[in-house]
Design a protein around this ligand. Structure first.
Ligand SMILES: C[S@@+](CC[C@H](N)C(=O)[O-])C[C@H]1O[C@@H](n2cnc3c(N)ncnc32)[C@H](O)[C@@H]1O
Length: 210
């Protein structure tokens, strides 16, 4: 079994307890990543690697009647959980979730006004390809906001970082050494902001398609 299939199967298994342990949850960092998209009411938005779709209700709340958010994930069981959430929250008129591989998105070029990805790319088998796909389907002027875990600058937290890096790789092939801003720039998007949080390895990268 290849790495991609192993990761997909692992998330299929994890879908059962992801919400029980609030692994996906919505916290201040995720809400800020959404707020940085500066969504218009009629925006068409994608949540890449949506998991159980925990952020979909918060995204749907930012949108008016003409707006839509679509969560994609390559794990069928994660998408099943996300669709159950959409029904339970009564947001089906604005949100949907579908199975799709982030490296082969089933959308035309320049389709989305905004794209968000929270803790997704560090666990993608081919993150560079997926980021390139996001750049393709984002419309010119569209915003891409990425919240993920990464290497903190400076020397202070390097020991904790190295420990976390090993633990996360062993637990779920999550590669927190991924340089997301570098890959975003390589995809042709223009970096507009990097927001770091003190005492946390999480950071947000914001970019725009020119
Ligand atoms: C750590 S979870 C994050 C879920 C959610 N965004 C959150 O913040 O809780 C990463 C998700 O990315 C999905 N994923 C990994 N590789 C993918 C790919 N190539 N295409 C689509 N989804 C993928 C996994 O199935 C998993 O649900």
């Amino acid at each position: 079994m290849g790495r991609s299939e192993k990761i997909r199967k692992r998330y299929d298994r994890w879908s059962k307890f992801y919400d029980v342990f609030d692994l996906g949850g919505v916290n201040d960092q995720k809400m800020l990543a959404v707020d940085l998209l500066k969504l218009q009411p009629n925006a068409i938005v994608m949540d890449m690697g949506t998991g159980t779709g925990a952020i979909l209700p918060y995204l749907a709340k930012q949108l008016g009647k003409g707006g839509k958010v679509i969560g994609i994930d390559f794990s069928q069981k994660m998408i099943k959980a996300a669709n159950e959430r959409i029904e339970k929250e009564g947001i089906a008129s604005k949100a949907k979730a579908m199975v799709a591989d982030g490296t082969k998105l089933p959308f035309p070029d320049n389709h989305f006004d905004a794209i968000i990805a929270t803790f997704a790319f560090t666990s993608f088998p081919e993150p560079e390809k997926a980021i390139r796909e996001c750049a393709r389907v984002l419309r010119p002027g569209g915003i891409f906001s990425i919240l993920d875990t990464g290497k903190p600058p400076g020397k202070k937290h390097q020991f904790r970082y190295r420990y976390l890096k090993t633990v996360m790789w062993r637990a779920g092939y999550t590669d927190i050494s991924l340089d997301i801003p570098k890959l975003v720039k390589k995809s042709g998007l223009k970096l507009s902001k990097i927001e770091r949080f003190s005492g946390s390895f999480a950071y947000i990268t914001v970019a725009m398609k020119i």
